[in-house]
Design a protein around this ligand. Structure first.
Ligand SMILES: Nc1ncnc2c1ncn2[C@@H]1O[C@H](COP(=O)(O)OP(=O)(O)OP(=O)(O)O)[C@@H](O)[C@H]1O
Length: 327
């Protein structure tokens, strides 16, 4: 296991009382996995990640990260990981290439290798020609990609990325996804937070959903979607008068739920919708009922989120204001 955490808790003390940011998180990340950490604003994603990256200490709980105990050997943990924070880590006045080389040298990478690896990453992340630029003159997207180079240049085996693609245009996002997949092919493990469901779906082997400081769902994107309520099936009838007969056929199907009729449309949910279609269509046909069409919609990760938390992932309610810890 690259990450194994048990009962992680972090409470922030503020002037207005204590904030239970993370309330008992257990998680495991296997070597070579890309794991996405999903949840609404304020759910506890960054706080969990910062604990695992040794940047803040847990109020309670234990973890092994990159082979080292978080509490007993934080230096060992740091050596094995790369961490790309949400806000970035470059100084505005510094020269981009210098920042990268300095960062790598902190991790003991020899200067020549730091320059060669840094410049290769600049090429790969579309930053060619910007090695000598002052960080403050880079665009938002370029700075984001520079942050990512910093997190990768010492070739860590475990990489934490906090919202890596926020602020990137679609092309740059797609490039970064490809780069993340490439890192995994080279043997790295990636743990990332994201607000983008399509990103988690396309990129991650496994997804953890956190809400109010607790993990509320975990699995592969497919497993999570199956777990919801099955696929949505919509049958368009040629004649609305046949709807009761079709509804009756649907009721007989194993696992059919939420059966609803609206004029000439009969809709329902069922696990593995595609595989029940042949039987359904044969039965409809046997009764001489004519159809205009049938559609099957797989659930999206947003449906998953809605089911497990009762809200949409993009719903910002429940966010509390960040305050510096008073103690
Ligand atoms: N230093 C701090 N002092 C006080 N409260 C904090 C501090 N850092 C985080 N919190 C609170 O802890 C909770 C979890 O915050 P966290 O940043 O981990 O959420 P998140 O899931 O990463 O959110 P986002 O998607 O907005 O980045 C929030 O209620 C936040 O206001």
């Amino acid at each position: 296991m690259m990450i194994e955490a048990r009962g992680l808790v972090r409470t922030f003390k503020t002037k207005r009382g204590s904030v239970p940011a993370v309330q008992g998180v257990d998680l495991q990340v296997a070597d070579g996995e890309i794991v996405g950490f999903l949840g609404p604003n304020g759910a506890g994603k960054t706080t969990t990640m910062r604990m695992l990256a040794t940047l803040i200490t847990p109020t309670s709980g234990t973890a092994t990260v990159a082979g080292c105990d978080l509490a007993k050997d934080p230096v060992g943990v740091r050596r094995g990981i790369g961490y790309v924070p949400q806000g970035g880590s470059t100084l505005p006045e510094a020269i981009a290439g210098d920042e990268v080389v300095d960062h790598a040298r902190l991790y003991g990478v020899p200067k020549r290798k730091a320059i060669a690896d840094g410049q290769r990453l600049f090429e790969e992340l579309d930053l060619s020609g910007l090695w000598q630029r002052q960080c403050k003159t880079l665009s938002g997207g370029q700075r984001r990609r520079l942050d990512i180079v910093m997190g990768l240049v010492h070739d860590p085996k475990l990489i934490f990325l906090d919202e890596p693609t926020t602020g990137l245009d679609p092309q740059a996002r797609a490039n970064l996804w490809e780069h993340i997949r490439q890192l995994r092919r080279r043997g790295a493990t990636i743990f990332l937070t994201t607000h983008y469901l399509d990103e988690a779906d396309a990129l991650c082997d496994r997804i953890l959903v956190i809400d109010h400081g607790k993990i509320v769902a975990s699995g592969t994107p497919e497993e999570l979607k199956q777990q919801v309520s099955g696929d949505a099936v919509r049958i368009d009838l040629a004649d609305a008068g046949q709807a009761p007969a079709v509804s009756k056929i649907v009721q007989e199907l194993d696992g059919a739920a939420e059966i609803e009729t609206d004029g000439d449309v009969v809709g329902f949910r069922i696990p593995r919708g595609g595989s029940v279609l042949p039987l359904l269509l044969r039965q409809i046909d046997a009764q001489g009922i004519e159809l205009h069409g049938v559609e099957v919609h797989r659930p999206t990760l947003d449906d998953v989120f809605l089911t497990v938390t009762g809200r949409s992932l993009r719903d910002d309610s429940g966010t509390t204001t960040k305050e510096e810890a008073a103690a």
